[in-house]
Ligand binder design. Structure first.
Ligand code: ADP
Ligand code: MG
Length: 371
């Protein structure tokens, strides 16, 4: 969506998919990807991410629309002619072959010369730090090592495009973080283009140049990680990425890009106008726990409101303060655990403050639309 038409590498053009000729599981999907970009499809389970990848790989047909790679439609190209590398969570290695033979396989079927294959296998084993493991079989490796072999096998024939569908889903947290760094390092070093699928928002935020957030087959927003986190376009994205408070209220006035919302405490809070844009409508003010401040008497905040203190939770380096609004809404404020962290009595009324740009006015989440 941001790529200039001159350097568009991969383009989804109004792509739609229905498996049963009734329900669209991917709707009007448009995305332009620049060469070398790392783009992640992020969304809850069943939102259509894998379906997009399957259509790109050629394992599923398009119901309508087109996919172009370097300007040419690939909608009717056979999977093995698309020059795409793939790593899936359960994309098994050949169990009866050694690791070196597994890596050699994509080169053999591309009929590369023997000495060239041997050289590349050595190079790619080193690249994923498995130089001494060429003679082992997959069963003799750990899960993380196997996944590194799968990665090397997807990259060894220097594909122009690499697809990864939840490739780290089966690994424990520590290995997953190691592999995230590994994939990021290889992407920087080798410069291939990646379409990555995950339902894990922190994985998406740390690895991607851009993230397309899916819900019920529809892209909600496609932007750089920081933009998604700081300026989500609707309540779904605000809720799905990071943590957020949602304070129900009524939109009472609009002043350019600022929406004024009356919440249940009676305060009118100034917010960034998002998809709630009509005076009189019900909406939610969303503000992240780390963007709310306590007792800001000496701070120039333009949005303040009062809430009653409920309790607090020590998390070590910070403290989570819980408050309640008159309508029962709970909210949380994340505060550094330093000398300034205040003490309150239960039920005490406290003024909370935030910058207008860190508060957004969102229409209530739309329920997932049926067709
Ligand atoms: P995600 O990868 O985001 O979890 P999928 O693309 O796998 O989502 O699935 C999107 C929707 O399409 C789901 O409702 C799923 O049940 C349905 N679906 C996926 N694959 C098939 C299939 N081969 N046949 C019929 N329905 C499918
Ligand atoms: Mg999936």
């Amino acid at each position: 969506m941001t790529a200039d038409s001159s350097d568009v590498f991969l383009e989804f053009d109004r792509v739609q998919k229905s498996y049963d000729q009734q329900t669209l599981v991917v709707r009007n999907f448009n995305l332009s990807v620049a060469r070398g970009e790392f783009v992640t499809l992020l969304g809850p389970s069943g939102s259509g991410k894998s379906t997009v990848l399957m259509m790109l790989a050629g394992f599923e047909s398009l119901t309508s629309g087109d996919i172009r790679l370097q300007g040419r439609s690939i909608a009717r190209t056979a999977p093995y002619d698309r020059d795409i590398g793939m790593v899936f969570q359960n994309y098994a290695l050949f169990p009866h072959m050694s690791i070196a033979e597994n890596l050699a396989y994509p080169l053999k079927i591309r009929k590369q010369p023997k000495d060239e294959i041997a050289r590349k296998v050595r190079e790619y084993l080193e690249l994923v730090e498995l130089g001494n493991f060429g003679n082992r079989t997959p069963a003799q490796l750990s899960g993380g090592q196997r996944q590194r072999v799968a990665l090397a096998r997807a990259l060894i024939f220097a594909p122009r495009l690499v697809l990864m569908d939840e490739p780290l889903g089966a690994l424990d947290k520590k290995l997953r973080e190691q592999m995230q760094l590994e994939i990021t390092r290889l992407h920087k070093q080798l410069g291939f283009t990646v379409i990555y699928v995950t339902h894990d928002q922190s994985e998406a935020l740390t690895m991607s140049n851009r993230i397309a957030v899916f819900n019920a087959g529809v892209v909600q927003q496609c932007d750089a990680p920081e933009t998604l986190y700081e300026t989500p376009c609707n309540g779904f994205v605000a809720d799905f990425i990071g943590e957020n408070n949602f304070l129900p209220g009524e939109l009472v006035a609009l002043e350019g890009d600022v929406a004024l919302v009356r919440i249940s405490s009676g305060d009118v809070v100034r917010t960034r106008k998002a998809d709630a844009d009509k005076v009189g409508m019900r909406c939610n003010v969303s503000v992240r726990p780390e963007k709310l401040f306590l007792m800001p008497s000496d701070h120039p905040f333009d949005t303040t409101f009062s809430a009653r203190f409920a309790n607090k939770l020590y998390v070590g380096d910070f403290i989570r303060y819980f408050f309640a609004l008159p309508d029962g809404t709970e909210l949380v404020v994340k505060v550094l655990n330093d000398l300034a962290a205040p003490d309150y009595a239960e039920g005490q009324e406290v003024t909370l403050a935030a910058a207008t740009r860190d508060c957004s006015a969102f229409a209530p989440h739309r329920p997932q639309e049926a067709d």
